[in-house]
Design a binder for this molecule. Structure first.
Ligand code: PMP
Length: 392
């Protein structure tokens, strides 16, 4: 069969989806020397040794079989304890917690569990690039709501209200946010929770960056009054525990919703990798000092990067969490793609153009500051020089 024949046979759902815009820049950048990458969305730390050792030890002891579909019970119990202690949300390890292959799987099976053809999900953007495609592939329709730098990239109930229809089934939020670093406090979130009740919505709350909130305590959406029963709470080990390659996340939801997700998970994945689960168990048992150490390091780098952006004339709001800054490049007159591409070729600094993150992203670039201080200092020099040259 020719390639064109095969293409014709691909599902229209998959065909309608664009490959991730971030990848294109990685591919361009991967071939360059003397490159500084502020492009990647992952920690620059190696997973702490005790976690790696626990995983190795589980293999030495021969724990190489499938685990329970929902994850090993000890890990689910540890997750329940962790979520209660850290974020004041109470989930039953037996019926309300599922260990997934990254937060990515949690988002996917959450969408597939609740969406029928044509159901709308309001997505607060700029956002993680997977939400809209995963909603579409589950048959749903993503409906963007854009946030703005002037509002510190927070979303208001009023903005959400404006795009509600009788097909709206759920809302997708993520705080601390990728790519903006925005954080929403209790009062901000309460306004959204009131609207959720009024319009009988479900909520996906992606809280994978919960540990990386630098200036205020993270507030879990599921902890607000009456929200637990409506929330699919998503988290994972990738970010705060520096475990991206382990592919381990977890999702919490009311029993009926969790059972629906478990049904999909057991058929498509069976279980998350067993050896990774033993590592994660150790991370929860003894890894919180490491989380704090890495967090303080990101915070220091955030402070440096944001201050330096101001010094070279880039408007940047102070991101309250995650490890991204999302400065405005509007004053250069370039689109975010033009800016990122020219910066890459002329100064060898890789950033991600804001437009790939959806509504509100154009006019910005995402810079991940999870890289060495040397790299940050050098990147600031180069970006500063680039802005000067564009201005002349
Ligand atoms: N949610 C957000 C907001 C993210 O930034 C990411 C990773 N970039 C994920 C989910 C996926 O994380 P995981 O590695 O756990 O699949």
């Amino acid at each position: 069969m020719t390639q064109t024949h095969i293409k014709k046979r691909l599902s229209s759902r998959v065909e309608s989806i664009q490959p991730s815009g971030i990848r294109r820049f990685f591919d361009l950048a991967s071939k360059m020397d003397n490159l500084i990458s502020l492009g990647v969305g992952e920690p620059d730390f190696v997973t702490p040794w005790n976690v790696r050792e626990a995983s190795i030890s589980s293999m030495e002891r021969g724990f190489t079989a499938y685990s329970a579909n929902a994850g090993i019970m000890e890990l689910r119990e540890a997750i329940a304890g962790y979520m209660f202690n850290r974020f004041d949300v109470d989930y039953d390890p037996e019926s309300e917690i599922l260990v997934t292959v990254g937060a990515s799987e949690a988002i996917d099976i959450g969408c597939r569990a609740i969406l029928d053809e044509g159901d709308e999900v309001i997505v607060v953007e700029p956002s993680f690039v997977s939400y809209a495609p995963l909603i579409s592939m589950a048959g749903g329709v993503p409906v963007p709501v854009g946030t703005k730098i002037e509002d510190d990239f927070k979303v208001s109930a009023e903005q959400i209200k404006q795009v509600l229809t009788n097909k709206t089934k759920a809302l997708m939020i993520c705080f601390p946010n990728n790519p903006t670093g925005a954080v929403m406090g209790k009062e901000d979130l309460q306004e959204i929770a009131d609207l959720v009740i009024e319009h009988d919505l479900l909520v996906f709350s992606d809280e994978i960056y919960a540990e990386l909130s630098y200036d205020e305590e993270h507030v879990s959406f599921a902890g607000l009054e009456d929200m637990k029963e409506r929330t699919i709470l998503i988290s994972g080990f990738s970010k705060a525990f520096a475990m991206t390659g382990w592919r381990l996340g977890f999702v919490m939801a009311p029993p009926d919703l969790l059972a629906a997700m478990l049904k999909i998970h057991q058929y498509s994945l069976m279980c998350a990798p067993t050896m990774a689960q033993y590592g994660a168990l150790e991370a929860l048992k003894s890894g919180m000092d490491d989380v704090e150490r890495m967090k303080q390091s990101y915070k220091q780098r955030r402070n440096f990067f944001v201050k330096s952006c101001a010094e070279i004339g880039l408007t940047c709001h102070t991101p309250g969490g995650a490890f991204y800054a999302f400065p405005s490049i509007k004053s250069t007159g370039l689109t975010s793609e033009q800016f990122a591409e020219k910066l890459l070729y002329e100064e060898r600094v890789a950033v991600v153009p804001g437009n790939v993150f959806g509504a509100g992203g154009e006019g910005h670039i995402r810079c991940s500051y999870a890289t060495s201080m040397d790299n940050l200092e050098e990147s600031i020099k180069r970006i500063g020089r680039f802005i000067q040259s564009v201005g002349n």
